[in-house]
Design a protein around this ligand. Structure first.
Ligand code: ZN
Length: 273
């Protein structure tokens, strides 16, 4: 990584509400402004979910299109759209924004508990998603919530559905899923293909410890209201940018420079936006 760290900001998510944090960006305009603020604070990648007029998560092409258009007017941040969507959505619904040909998209690599709900991703679904991303030249972030998901990603790679450079998203501490512990993260990373890029994300109170752990291990970091709405115990973050600022500061303290969007475009060999 040449002394750099890639910071992703997940500013909205599907499950976070204004009750969790009143500063949650929800409309396309708010999301675009928050994305520009996160970029100024040091984020190079935006992990994007959108909401409908009532504030519910949606995979609507129109809303994604409008939001990405507004983001593009304000900032050069790399846009990674979600295809995880929200609990209960169909695979077809979730996959829709990939047709807009964003630079990156998340690709969930298996089925997992999500609190009292669950997210279903069978291998055939994953193949369909990987094929669509290949067709539209979208770089997948292989989101693994469990060890089995990493092995499932190996199947997709072996089948030629995903080409290097690989970028993984390791999601730890989802309620009902794998807990964050340093040895768990270490083991996951050791099971990734050689030379993979990886971004670790700790949900809730695991967010900050995962940032420290990941900086020490040479990975990439993700913060934002999708994962955690607190700045410290009992203190809500004022904005997504405040969380990014701290992540960038910790990176610099560790001797790492936050990568710019153009650095990420080169490192992950993203298509021309
Ligand atoms: Zn997400």
């Amino acid at each position: 990584m040449n002394g750099q760290v890639i910071i992703t900001c997940a500013i909205t998510g599907a499950e976070t509400t204004r009750e969790h944090n009143p500063a949650l960006p929800m409309t396309p305009e708010e999301i675009a402004s928050a994305a520009a603020d996160a970029r100024r604070a040091g984020a190079a990648v935006l992990h994007l979910h959108v909401r409908d007029e009532k504030g519910a998560p949606t995979q609507s092409l129109d809303v994604f299109k409008k939001t990405i258009g507004l983001i593009r007017k304000k900032t050069d941040i790399v846009v990674e759209v979600t295809t995880g969507g929200a609990v209960g959505m169909t695979p077809e619904e979730r996959l829709q924004p990939v047709t807009l040909e964003p630079e990156m998209a998340s690709l969930d690599c298996g089925t997992v508990n999500f609190g009292d709900e669950y997210i279903v991703n069978t291998l055939p679904t994953m193949r369909e998603f990987a094929s669509a991303m290949k067709k539209h030249r979208v770089r997948p972030t292989l989101e693994c919530f469990d060890l089995s998901h990493i092995y499932a990603s190996h199947v997709l790679i072996k089948e030629g559905l995903i080409a290097p450079p690989f970028h993984y998203g390791l999601v730890l501490n989802v309620p009902g899923g794998v807990r964050y512990e340093p040895e768990v993260l270490d083991f996951f990373v050791r099971k990734l293909p050689q030379g993979s890029f990886w971004t670790a994300m700790g949900i809730g109170r695991a967010s900050l410890p995962v940032v420290y752990n990941t900086l020490a291990m040479g990975g990439c970091i993700r913060v934002g209201f999708e994962d955690n709405v607190y700045y410290s115990k009992g203190v809500l973050a004022k904005s997504n940018a405040e969380l990014v600022e701290r992540a960038a500061r910790l990176g610099r303290e560790a001797g790492l420079t936050p990568a710019s969007p153009s650095d990420v475009r080169k490192l992950l060999q993203l298509r021309e936006a």
